[in-house]
Design a protein around this ligand. Structure first.
Ligand code: HEM
Length: 224
């Protein structure tokens, strides 16, 4: 079977999954920090958010990082898909339920499913916000910036959209719960002294990021 050097062994795949995954976690922190501005729903807060969105879509360095982000998302998803297939082939007879559960958490056994759900969420999310910001016909605010705030507020005035975001942040939580500590393992950064701390940081991240992300649509819906 012909294999490219980049995607070759499952070890190489895991390595790239880990690197892109950790980069995506960094993005999530930055994205959350920016989006928490949406909690200030005053007219000044709205202008500030639109100015921030303009900066994030026009400043060259941020734009370059965005391209790296798109590549990382595609690579992480594609590599994860290949790994899932490879794992299935390597283990045609699935472990009996009791064995499968012995050492593996529910999240670790369902990373591909969780990842696929996040990918579907991303398509919906980016169509509604990112696509609109870049190619939609947005009105302008008092400062002459594209009024992305109104697009977000309109989305989060729909109950089903709020429910979708809250549920999907639960999915993200489970993906991060296993993914963060697993990334360090894949990179070979295992150490009896540090591994417990990495696991705890992973749990912290898996709770804090999704909870604060979920707060935004709920807050905007309640105060609409
Ligand atoms: C309540 C939660 C969230 C809000 C309010 C939100 C809001 C937004 C907005 C307004 C944009 C368009 C801005 C732009 O094009 O620069 C955007 C882009 C994006 N969002 Fe979110 N987001 C949320 C959660 C998430 C989550 C959980 C993920 C990933 C799992 C995510 C991934 C992305 C990506 C990849 C982009 C494109 C970024 C870029 O072009 O640089 N977002 N988001």
């Amino acid at each position: 079977m012909a294999r490219s050097a980049l995607l070759g062994s499952s070890l190489a795949k895991k390595y790239w999954m880990a690197l892109t995954g950790l980069f995506l976690v960094l993005f999530l922190f930055a994205h959350l920090a920016g989006n928490l501005q949406l909690l200030d729903m005053s007219p000044e807060g709205q202008l500030k958010f639109n100015a921030y969105a303009k900066f994030m879509t026009s400043f060259p360095v941020v734009k370059a990082i965005s391209y790296l982000l798109y590549l990382s998302i595609l690579f992480h998803a594609f590599d994860g898909f290949l790994l899932a297939i490879q794992n299935r082939k390597a283990r045609p007879v699935r472990y009996a339920r009791e064995n499968a559960g012995a050492n593996r958490s529910w999240a670790s056994s369902n990373m591909a499913l969780l990842g696929t759900l996040i990918l579907v969420f991303l398509v919906i999310h980016m169509k509604r916000f990112w696509y609109e910001m870049h190619w939609g016909e947005l009105g302008l605010d008092a400062d002459g910036n594209k009024d992305l705030y109104t697009v977000v507020a309109a989305a989060f005035s729909e109950l089903w959209y709020v429910v979708l975001y809250v549920v999907m942040m639960g999915v993200l939580a489970f993906h991060l719960l296993h993914g963060f500590q697993s990334a360090f393992q894949s990179l070979g950064l295992n150490h009896p002294k540090y591994t417990p701390a990495i696991k705890n940081i992973g749990v912290f991240i898996a709770v804090v990021l999704p909870v604060f992300f979920a707060l935004i649509p709920v807050w905007m819906f309640v105060n609409r």
